[in-house]
Design a protein around this ligand. Structure first.
Ligand code: UD2
Ligand code: MN
Length: 570
């Protein structure tokens, strides 16, 4: 018995040790599981992974009905798009910390999203990749519905085929609602997005182009910001997808959205504040393009996109101005990434029956401008200027004189009513608090617009940058800007009027150093333009020849008027 007791003690000890080790093991497992749950973005917890999509979707049949169209029609590599598959792995382009940082998200019952995609003549494979990437990389519970608007595409069976295909694939397994809408006649993207939003049932609405691929974890960082303030609107950073190679690149998070006084969109470089990291959300004067998300209720309270804007263009600038002035804010969220195919020009014509030839067309994107640009294409911009710019609309008209002649079946009454109702700030406030860049452009300008001598205007021909005196009614006549500090006279393409050593008048890249600045410096004396380096005046003695000559105070050939001269600051 003694022996027995002695023998039993070590056995019991071993039992306790084993039990202790086992409980520790269980504890570690539980800890690991809960940690991995916290750290993995919600979208990775959805059922579908990339491979299984390839496996069970019969997408090839769906895209085989693509109507015979060349790649030129779509302006991207159609063959490649057709063979890429319905979803592909994308490089992670956001900062690595975005993936593991725990996020404060409200329950889906309080924060779900309706995605509105309007499309006109999109290739089937491209549209499908947009949709599938969205479904695969969005947490199911947060995605309330998908609203697809076919805006008069030529592929007339597209929507019916898509409906069948999606019914087959998701019918039983998903709770997701899909609304299929069609405009038999093309109504344009602005009208279509408004219609989609008016039918949406989610708390938030996201507008997406039809040639996008959303990247892993795109939604959570946007949602997290939106729940902080009901009047915020957010954009992801857009990762460019190359139209030829369909290669997916990292978009630049050091850029914010803005526009100039012609109401053209521009990317603006931003400066990081002292402790600010590039991956943190940041305020932006305008959206990073038209891909944006905000509360549906707030969107509707702001009247949606201005319904007088036609077909394409300007709507996100108008929304941005309206948001900022009426109590909202815009943020770009670098932890959210969405790929978008940036094409160099429009893949579609503007319908002849609308005067959409006059809609806003021109836009600057990282490093290139859309070449299709005609001065008669300003009615959308004109509506924005008339609605929100107050007396600053004169800046717009000075730079876009052709816009004055565009007739509008529109008065700004509705916007003024909205502005009163929502107690919106005047445009001055936007310049002071939101876009110092735009204010600086304004304050730096001594004069701007076309530069007239008699009935001729100084014009820099686009194809060869040749200087000439052209008719002032020539639609594309050059708009000049005379800068206060440097005295430079520049075109919108940043070419400056200079004087060569032979005293010939030249057009050259605007210089930044002292020497070039001296050859490009002009002084305004009444209506004369005096060249600082030679102390002679710009002259047009023969109606179509520019030269420098001794200044003569009353010589009409030396009198040059800008469309808009700023008052001098005292
Ligand atoms: C940009 C925006 C886009 C929108 C547009 C100006 C990005 C990434 N995209 O142009 O969201 O704000 O500027 O309006 O910043 N579409 C129609 N009906 C039409 C014409 C186009 O539904 O009559 C569709 C088109 O299929 C596409 C979307 O609208 O899905 C945007 O058109 P886009 O891709 O030609 O415009 P984009 O990216 O140059
Ligand atoms: Mn697009």
């Amino acid at each position: 018995m003694f022996t027995g007791r002695n023998n039993g003690r070590p056995r019991r000890c071993i039992f306790y040790i084993l039990a202790f080790l086992f409980s520790q093991f269980l504890f570690v497992i539980i800890l690991l599981r809960s940690e991995s749950f916290d750290n993995v973005p919600l979208s990775q917890q959805t059922k579908h992974d990339n491979d299984s999509w390839e496996h069970y979707l019969d997408w090839r049949e769906f895209i085989s009905y693509t109507s015979e169209r060349s790649a030129k029609f779509y302006l991207y590599n159609l063959n490649l798009s057709d063979t890429l598959g319905v979803i592909r792995k994308l490089p992670s382009t956001r900062h690595y910390s975005c993936g593991y940082r725990p996020r404060n998200l409200p329950p889906p019952s309080k924060a779900n999203v309706s995605v509105v995609i309007s499309f006109h003549n999109e290739a089937r494979s491209m549209l499908l990749r947009t949709i599938v990437s969205l479904l695969a990389r969005t947490p199911e519970d947060y995605l309330h519905e998908l609203i697809l608007v076919d805006d008069g595409s030529q592929d007339v069976t597209l929507l019916a085929d898509l409906k069948r295909w999606m019914g087959g694939v998701f019918g039983a397994s998903r709770r997701l609602g899909v609304q299929f809408l069609v405009n038999r006649e093309r109504k344009g993207l602005i009208w279509s997005r408004n219609r989609g939003a008016s039918l949406a049932g989610g708390h938030y609405v996201l507008f997406l182009d039809s040639h996008c691929e959303v990247n892993e974890g795109w939604l959570e960082p946007l949602l997290e910001r939106l729940t902080l303030s009901p009047q915020l609107a957010v954009s992801p950073v857009l990762d460019p997808i190359d139209p030829l190679t369909l290669g997916y690149r990292k978009g630049n998070e050091l850029l914010k959205g803005g526009f100039d006084w012609s109401l053209h969109f521009h990317w603006l470089r931003r400066q990081l504040a002292e402790k600010e990291l590039p991956e943190m959300p940041y305020k932006s004067p305008a959206f990073a393009g038209g891909i944006l998300m905000m509360s549906r209720e707030w969107f509707l309270k702001l009247g949606g996109f201005n319904s007088y804007l036609k077909i394409w263009g300007g709507e996100s600038i108008e929304l941005a101005i309206k948001l900022w002035l009426c109590g909202g804010q815009i943020e770009i969220v670098p932890c959210s990434r969405i790929g978008h195919i940036f094409r160099r020009r429009h893949a579609f014509d503007f319908p002849p029956q609308s005067d959409a030839q006059e809609t806003y067309l021109h836009r600057m994107l990282i490093g290139f401008a859309i070449p299709h640009f005609s001065p008669t294409q300003y009615s959308n911009s004109k509506i924005i200027a008339e609605s929100w710019l107050d007396e600053y609309k004169n800046m717009f008209y000075a730079l876009r004189p052709a816009a004055r002649r565009i007739p509008l079946d529109y008065t700004s009454d509705e916007m003024q009513q909205l502005s009163r109702q929502r107690q919106c700030q005047p445009f001055e406030w936007y310049l002071r608090h939101v876009s110092p860049e735009l204010r600086m452009q304004f304050e730096e300008l001594a004069a701007t617009g076309s530069l007239r001598n008699g009935d001729r205007c100084l014009h820099a021909r686009q194809k060869d940058a040749q200087l000439m005196l052209a008719s002032c009614h020539h639609g594309d006549v050059t708009q000049w800007s005379m800068l206060r500090s440097s005295g430079q006279l520049s075109t919108q393409r940043e070419l400056c009027l200079g004087v060569a050593s032979t005293k010939r008048i030249t057009l050259e890249p605007c210089g930044r150093n002292e020497t070039t600045r001296m050859t490009q410096r002009w002084l305004r004396l009444g209506t004369h333009l005096l060249h600082a380096g030679t102390l002679q005046c710009l002259d047009n003695p023969l109606r179509d020849r520019l030269e420098l000559s001794v200044c003569r105070p009353h010589a009409p050939s030396q009198s040059f008027q800008f469309a808009l001269e700023m008052e001098t600051h005292t």
